[in-house]
Write a protein that binds this ligand. Structure first.
Ligand code: ATP
Length: 223
C-alpha cells in the first residue's frame, strides 16, 4: 500500500561559524492513513526543521520525502506554490492572520491563487468558517476575536482548499487549557470528517494524548 507520507532517512545540518549543528539525523517514518500525528521533543530537537522539510520550505541534505507516492524533491520550483496550495494547509502558534482583514477575508486569501469568481470565493470561505464553528464572526478583525477564535479562523484558512495535510506548529501554544481542548476536539472531528492528515509539532501533552501517534525527536533523531 502506498503511504500518504513517507519520510526516508532524512538528515539536515546547519552551520553557524565553525559549528556544525545536526538538526535532523536519519529520520524515517510513514503515515499510512489520514490520522493525527504529534511530533514531540525538547526545544531544539528538530521539530520545526522537520515540518519545514515536509512543506518543502527547505530540503534535506540526504534522504527524501514522498507525499501521495511522489517525491517532494522532484517538484520544480515553479510548481511549489501550486503543490502547497493543493496539498497543504498551515497553522501556527501565533495564528499569523492579517490584522487589517476580517475573518472571512483572511480565509479568502488562501483561495487567491485559484481563479474563482468573487462570490464563489466568499461562499467557500464562509463554509470553512462555519465548519470550524465561527460563522457568526465573519466580519470581525483578528483583534476583535479571542485567541481560540483566531486559531479557528487560521484552521478555516488552512482547510478551505481541502488539503490532504495540515501542518501545525504549536497550535495550542497561545491558548488556555479549555480553549486548547476545544481546538483539539475540532481537529479530531475534522480528521474524521474530511480525512485530513494533521502533523502537529508540539510540547503540549494534551496534543500528544489526542494524537493517534506520537513521534519523538531528540537531538534530531527519532527515539
Ligand atoms: N537556520 C538555522 N541556522 C542554524 N541553526 C539552525 C537553523 N534552524 C534551526 N537550527 C538549529 O537546528 C536545531 C533544530 O531546530 P528546530 O527549530 O527544528 O527545533 P525545534 O524542536 O522546533 O525547537 P522549538 O521547540 O524550540 O521550536 C536547533 O539546534 C537549532 O538551533
Amino acid at each position: 500500500m502506498t503511504a500518504i507520507l513517507e519520510v526516508n532517512a532524512i538528515s539536515k545540518h546547519y552551520r553557524r561559524g565553525d559549528e556544525r549543528i545536526v538538526a535532523l539525523a536519519d529520520v524515517s517514518f510513514r503515515i499510512e492513513q489520514p490520522t493525527v500525528t504529534a511530533v514531540a521533543g525538547p526545544s531544539g530537537s528538530g521539530k520545526s526543521t522537520l515540518l519545514s522539510m515536509l512543506a518543502r520550505f527547505d530540503q534535506p541534505d540526504s534522504g527524501h520525502i514522498m507525499i501521495d507516492g511522489a517525491r517532494l524533491d522532484s517538484i520544480a520550483e515553479s510548481g511549489l506554490d501550486q503543490f502547497r496550495n493543493r496539498k497543504l494547509g498551515f497553522v501556527f502558534q501565533q495564528f499569523n492572520l492579517v490584522s487589517v482583514l476580517s475573518a472571512v477575508e483572511n480565509v479568502e486569501l488562501a483561495l487567491a491563487p485559484q481563479a474563482l469568481p468573487k462570490q464563489e470565493r466568499r461562499s467557500r470561505a464562509i463554509a470553512a468558517l462555519e465548519m470550524v464553528g465561527i460563522g457568526h464572526r465573519l466580519s470581525h478583525k483578528p483583534t476583535e476575536l479571542s485567541g481560540g477564535q483566531q486559531q479557528r479562523v487560521a484552521i478555516a484558512r488552512a482547510l478551505v482548499n481541502r488539503p490532504r495535510f495540515v501542518i501545525a506548529d504549536e497550535p495550542t501554544g497561545s491558548l488556555d487549557s479549555k480553549t486548547a481542548h476545544e481546538l483539539l476536539d475540532l481537529i479530531g472531528r475534522l480528521n474524521q470528517q474530511m480525512d485530513t492528515t494533521f502533523i502537529i509539532a508540539t510540547h503540549d501533552v494534551k496534543v500528544m494524548q489526542m494524537a493517534h501517534r506520537v513521534i519523538r525527536l531528540e537531538d534530531g533523531r527519532l527515539i
